[in-house]
Design a binder for this molecule. Sequence first.
Ligand code: PMV
Length: 308
Amino acid sequence: MTIEATAPGKIILFGEHAVVYGQPALAVPLSAVKAKASIQRGSPGSGLRISAVNLNANYTLQTQSAEALVVMANLVLAYLNSPEPDAILTIDSTIPLASGLGSGAAVSAALGRALAAFLNKPLDDAALSELVYQVEKLHHGTPSGIDNTVVCYNQPVYFIKDKVLEPFEPRVPLQLVIGDTGIASPTRKTVKAVREAWERDRSTYDAYFQAIGEVVNQSRSAIEDGDLLALGALMVKNQELLEQIGVSCSKLETLIDAAQRSGALGAKLSGGGGGGNMIALTMPDTVDAVAAALLDAGAVNILKTVVT
Ligand code: PMV
């Protein structure tokens, strides 16, 4: 018998970086890409063996490393008060790595869900999210917790670190095109750069974060009112602020420009920045033109998604 569990990718619509400093953010699951974990019984005495297909790597729980998958498996076993099972756990993911789509959180979430189900002790979303957050902390330094939250709850959320977790519903579907710069940019790096800049000049950076927080609240209203024109303009505003805090890059800006010139209502980077992905809001009849323009401008991959 094989047990399978999945977790989606995610995109941050508004509020990345400022969310680390207590401002709200909006994020949605991205089911076009996912992490999948499957687990089956192993031979007696084999212990738990983890195979990461994308990384072409195999681990046991005795692996002396801070490898995220091993850390997550150990956390789940400790939380469930369970001895190490004899099992083979395989992780596979279609979520691009280090590109702002939540691949790390999704892989941990899928692993946690599959392992807990195998042990007959399923984890609820809140418990799973907390365990994934522990792993994120090892890898990000100071994560806000938004990635693990969206990926584990698998629904659009309005999020304030340690305070608010509210689902939200768009009044009209949001048609998004996601363009990948092809530049790998670990979140940890841009989060650290922003922290250093904030430490040098707190008042300027606090003002940027606050301005981003206001954009997030206005965006939530625009989403709930179905005001796509206002929402597009707010994406442009959020992107300007992200440029000011120093997490954009020229390839992101080339793609954002291309999207806007081909009819997108607005566009911005999504996630940690410095590379990774950008998102563009389109109408249903402009989605293909925007996708084509992004590819022309050098996007290495395109995803289309509708947020409902
Ligand atoms: O790069 P991603 O998709 O993991 O998003 C990071 C979002 C940040 O706000 C930059 C960091 C965080 O922990 O919230």
